[in-house]
Write a protein that binds this ligand. Structure first.
Ligand code: SF4
Ligand code: SF4
Length: 450
């Protein structure tokens, strides 16, 4: 007779008490680590602190130790785990194929479930805002409305000058600092619903556009430009209005159940059961794209959605990949600027997309693309990390900006809304002159002019 399988939440009495219980499939990731340390130089928090406990190898040991009952979950341990950006730089560097993000994400979920080491008051407020405001574009638009109005009449700049905002706790100061200046990332008007676009004759390739929740408010201009570029490249672009947040904020904050609900909704919307769906599901936002790629993992135990999630993931492609695949429209307008490229973690490490954005930029007439040192090291944005860990986020932004300064570029292109807002706002706070844009903004200029 087969021995009964161990019950996940009920360790035998003679085993030490464990601070953490992980799905055995996730725990296996910790066992794959051979402690070689090759991931250390790729880890932004280790690079900055030099502490083993702030490295991937150290954190894996902490999580494994908690599962084995050798390490207790103390506030210090929690701090080292919380400081992780979930940037996945360690995964790219790891020769043993440790899928680190599965470990840290499940650990966060289990800690949240058990109410272990609860968050500070400010942390709880941030968590509430992330899950109840940021993921709802209409609520977010309404929330930023007063700031936009104040910007328009000049009151905002005045308030900034008084130094009043400096009295806010750091997390809220950071949130205020990230509001884009009018006319930069966000346009003068409030974003309206985007409509499908098809300029192609015959039987065009069908592309579903995923706008993102924060992206559809803060990245409205690049989103519209991406849709115009896709249509000019011969695609029929569908923008289903029933799409919802990708679930990344919930998933990365230890709330996989609502994330799974959102994943199922997006699968139903882009790949309906009773139709062929779209050929590609594309997005301008690396963070969303990486999360859409996770749907097969998130829904692996759901008998109905697991096979559909696999099919969905196959069709998710970053905008740079889809534009290269479709073939770029004619570029008649030279963009005579020096540009450097920052690799968003969730594009380079999360989706392993590194070459395509650079290839696109290199094709733009007049544009001089210059390499950025440490281009794949996290800038500190990492979803809502810059709000929950503002000190580390700021230190990483400073490092990124110093690297950008060495290139003498006037523009930094990057494929993620969070990186763009973070780098731009930190540059403004330091008085460093750099314009941060999405690569599609430069392509759009080259195709359609200013
Ligand atoms: S995900 Fe990023 S911050 Fe976290 S351990 Fe890996 S490299 Fe370090
Ligand atoms: S590179 Fe991979 S195997 Fe080596 S220490 Fe890091 S996580 Fe472990």
């Amino acid at each position: 007779m087969n021995a009964p399988l161990p019950v996940l939440n009920d360790p035998p009495r003679d085993e030490p008490e464990r601070s953490l219980i992980l799905d055995p499939r996730t725990y296996e990731q910790a066992l794959k680590c051979v402690h070689c340390g090759l991931c250390l130089p790729a880890c932004p928090t280790y690079v900055l602190t030099g502490h083993e406990a702030d490295s991937p190898r150290g954190r894996i040991q902490l999580m494994r130790g908690m599962v084995d009952g050798a390490i207790e979950l103390t506030p210090a341990v929690r701090e080292h785990l919380d400081l992780c950006l979930d940037c996945r730089g360690c995964e790219t560097a790891c020769p043993s194929g440790v899928i680190y993000h599965e470990l840290i994400e499940e650990t966060r979920w289990r800690m949240e479930q058990k109410g272990q080491a609860p968050l500070s008051f400010q942390g709880r407020v941030m968590r509430w805002l992330s899950m109840n405001l940021f993921v709802h574009p209409t609520r977010l638009k309404l929330a930023v409305l007063p700031a936009r109005l104040m910007q328009k009449i000049g009151l905002y700049a005045l308030l900034r000058k008084t130094g009043l905002f400096k009295l806010l706790p750091m997390q809220f100061r950071k949130m205020e600092q990230m509001l884009p200046a009018q006319g930069k990332l966000w346009p003068a008007r409030l974003p309206q619903r985007m409509e499908p676009l098809n300029k192609a004759e015959g039987q065009p390739r069908r592309v579903g556009f995923f706008a993102g929740c924060i992206g559809s408010v803060m990245f409205d201009t690049p989103n519209r430009q991406a849709v115009e570029l896709l249509a000019a490249a011969g695609a029929e672009v569908l923008i289903p209005h029933a799409q919802v947040c990708c679930g990344a904020i919930h998933h990365h904050s230890g709330a996989p159940t609502p994330a799974a609900v959102m994943a199922k909704r997006n699968i139903d919307v882009f790949l309906p059961k009773d139709g062929p769906g779209v050929e590609f599901i594309t997005t301008n936002i690396a963070g969303c794209g990486a999360m859409l790629h996770e749907y097969d993992h998130l829904l692996r135990d759901d008998p109905e959605y697991a096979p559909r999630a696999k099919e969905f993931v196959k069709r998710v492609k970053d905008i740079s990949v889809v534009l290269l695949e479709l073939g770029l429209p004619k570029m008649n307008h030279p963009v005579n600027r020096t540009v450097t490229y920052h690799e968003a973690c969730h594009l380079v490490h999360g989706q392993k997309v590194s070459g395509p954005p650079r290839q696109l930029l290199a094709k733009i007439p007049g544009l001089k693309l210059v390499p950025l040192p440490e281009s794949d090291l996290c800038c500190g944005a990492a979803g809502t990390y810059n709000l929950t860990q503002p000190q580390m986020a700021t230190a990483l932004a400073e490092r990124k900006l110093s690297n950008i300064a060495t290139t003498n570029a006037e523009i930094c292109a990057t494929g993620n809304v969070g990186c763009a807002m973070h780098i731009q706002s930190e540059a403004a706070a330091r008085g460093q002159k750099i314009t941060v844009v999405h690569p599609v903004q430069l392509l759009h200029e080259a195709v359609f002019g200013k």
